[in-house]
Design a protein. Structure first.
Length: 102
């Protein structure tokens, strides 16, 4: 788990864990307090989590179906990382995004 601190405030956190499947990790949480959204903190947390995963592994990003803000945040972040050759978007379904870490 990663925690984002701004001054003395815990602004948010993100969680990465190995799934039950071989070569697969899950990002099951990435939350920020509303006052700290849209400041790049979520992107920093996501990038740190991706960097923690060994090459050749898949990352599943779990986004709740009704979480519009989460989907809006995750999709362009994933697509930007694809352009940087850090990750490749494998699939995008309702509530599920998968990345492959090169």
């Amino acid at each position: 788990m990663l925690v984002a601190e701004v001054g003395k405030v815990i602004a948010g956190f993100a969680n990465l864990s190995q799934s039950g499947r071989a070569k697969e990790y899950e990002i099951s949480a990435l939350y920020l307090l509303p006052d700290y959204q849209n400041q790049g903190i979520g992107k920093m947390l996501l990038n740190e989590l991706v960097d923690m995963v060994p090459q050749g592994q898949t990352i599943t990003l779990i986004v709740e179906r009704d979480n519009k803000k989460g989907k809006i945040f995750m999709k362009p972040t994933v697509l930007r990382s694809q352009k940087n050759s850090r990750s490749v978007l494998q699939a995008l379904r309702c509530g599920l995004m998968r990345l492959f870490v090169k």
